[in-house]
Design a protein around this ligand. Structure first.
Ligand SMILES: [Zn+2]
Length: 220
């Protein structure tokens, strides 16, 4: 018997139109179909449901405002220990701990809180000030591991299915890390990109990382 986990990535107000500070085009359209995955008879297909949250301190280094530049500038970041340099984008302030924008979308939050009979875990990432996190497993340097992998192992998960935001950042990097240890799927119809025009390139990255991108959940 296969134990399958659903991971709902960053379904937070700041990533959702019309008011999110880093709203992802068409992001709100996936909320209701994702709710349907964790309600009614659909719930029983999961052995674990995880909801992740970007959860930054107000002075987080991924915010353009901290560097005096415009959002989407590409800056050089230094490895906290080795001094290695990596270029990364900076973003509008978003998902500041405790803010309205950091909240899970309210209808999803309600459905998630009401899940019964299947274990649920809320995994936060991005709370160390000096480094970016795209993956819900670890920061971009791979230094700080969240509880994500341990949680999946504890629940004897074999397969992980990712949905949520965004297809080309946090879902992508989370799925790549997941594929190191688990059979990993991303449901394309339940995920949206910051840069949809790059989706064919993004899908190549998924493929080369061993992640299966399926159109619909029924394609798994
Ligand atoms: Zn962030």
């Amino acid at each position: 018997m296969t134990n399958r986990a659903l991971v709902v990535v960053d379904l937070q107000e700041d990533f959702l139109p019309p008011n999110g500070s880093l709203a992802i085009p068409d992001g709100r359209s996936i909320v209701q179909p994702i709710i349907e995955l964790v309600t009614g008879t659909n719930l029983s297909q999961w052995s674990l449901v995880v909801a992740t949250q970007d959860w930054h301190p107000a002075n987080h280094t991924s915010f353009a405002s901290q560097h005096g530049v415009e959002p989407l500038a590409e800056l050089e970041f230094r490895h906290p220990n080795t001094g290695e340099i990596k270029k990364q984008y900076v973003w509008p302030d978003h998902c500041v701990q405790g803010s309205a924008g950091a909240k899970l979308e309210s209808n999803f939050a309600k459905a998630f809180a009401e899940i019964k009979g299947v274990p649920t875990v809320n995994v936060k990432k991005g709370y160390l000030q000096d480094r970016e996190y795209y993956s819900c497993f670890q920061d971009t340097w791979g230094l700080h591991q969240t509880e994500m992998k341990r949680t999946l192992v504890e629940h004897a998960i074999d397969e992980v299915v990712f949905v949520g935001l965004a297809f080309d950042y946090c879902v992508l990097n989370s799925a790549i890390d997941s594929a190191d240890s688990f059979k990993t799927y991303v449901v394309e119809s339940l995920s949206k990109s910051v840069t949809p025009e790059n989706d064919s390139k993004t899908k190549e990255i998924y493929k080369s990382s061993g992640v299966s991108v399926v159109k619909e959940i029924s394609d798994i």
